[in-house]
Design a binder for this molecule. Sequence first.
Ligand SMILES: C[S@@+](CC[C@H](N)C(=O)[O-])C[C@H]1O[C@@H](n2cnc3c(N)ncnc32)[C@H](O)[C@@H]1O
Ligand SMILES: [Zn+2]
Length: 360
Amino acid sequence: MMKVNELSAGISVSKGVFYNPKMQPLRSISVAFVKANARKGARLLDATSATGVRGIRYALEAGIKEPVLIDMNNDAYANSVGNVKANGVKADVREKSFQEFANTNDERFDIIDIDPFGSPAPLIYDAFKISKDGTLLMVTATDTAVLHGAHANACIKIYGSVPMHTELCKEAGARILLAFIARNAAQFNFGIEPLMCISDMHYLRLFMRVSHGASKALASVKELGILRQCGSCRYFEYEQGICAPDVKCAKCGSRMLIAGQMWLKGLSDRKQVEDTLKAVKKMDDPAAEKQMSMIAGELDIPFFYSVPKMTKAFSIGSVSHRKVMERLHGDGYRISETQFWKDSVKTDAGYDEVARAVRQ
Ligand SMILES: C[S@@+](CC[C@H](N)C(=O)[O-])C[C@H]1O[C@@H](n2cnc3c(N)ncnc32)[C@H](O)[C@@H]1O
Ligand SMILES: [Zn+2]
């Protein structure tokens, strides 16, 4: 039995039960997000509790009363029960699979946290059986090799979308998971609204609000579409719809790579990001604050330009992406770096302006 302290919680980790100390900042961001959003009496489900650390922190730091913690693993269940008791928290801990819980429980939750091993796909459909209008849904995926296109066939099989295996892979992966969630939600007449997106190391974490109504559901799935990127000059374009006509690059005539369907609208909500950042700053977790500040500084514009990929395509010497950003900023465009790829620029400038800035 290993003992760890994670902000408010003192946790014992039983043999064979999952606990990753490197995920502490992400847990802190989740706690801050819940704290910024939870109304009095909000009902929270920690659907994959392992040691129970999340559920316990939601109770101790975000004011959640009697969270429900479930895990289908017997050791994890026993570990959660022990930790809940040791931390003086009141919680409803159950040994159950999420699917069984969602199919046998009548209660609909205000907040649902899904953090399984690998792909969350097998849990998503059932999540909407216990969702209601306004439910906040947090989902982690660690099968990023699949979503990022290292295993294209697995992505097609599991998520029903073609991945993009270029510098746009991580952002495309986040949007593919959102498309998968939107399609599942729509079957229950729910629409989704992304509130925050975090992509780091081997994981992807999405925060969203679910809203009820046939028109909301339809509006969400109508946001889905395809992404094309030129494997040569890096030009990209995206369009709504299911059909993906094979067209040549408008800039250089090369063959375009095609990926999708994926979510093409916003990945975040400014107020949510700012409120969560504010809440993180009140915690004693510098790593979480650093990560959340980076997220808050990112423009919510689909996709970006990798400066090294462009200089390579133009056969010119290397250029600092900061210089390119300065130039675009000087020309009056909005610019930011991106969590999805290093040395890259998100901007509202078009391809031609970016290409000119890189060449200059
Ligand atoms: C990555 S760990 C969760 C870690 C925890 N959320 C944390 O932050 O430390 C995944 C846990 O989910 C449980 N799990 C996986 N699939 C599940 C399912 N379908 N229903 C319930 N629990 C599940 C596993 O037994 C494991 O304990
Ligand atoms: Zn091209």
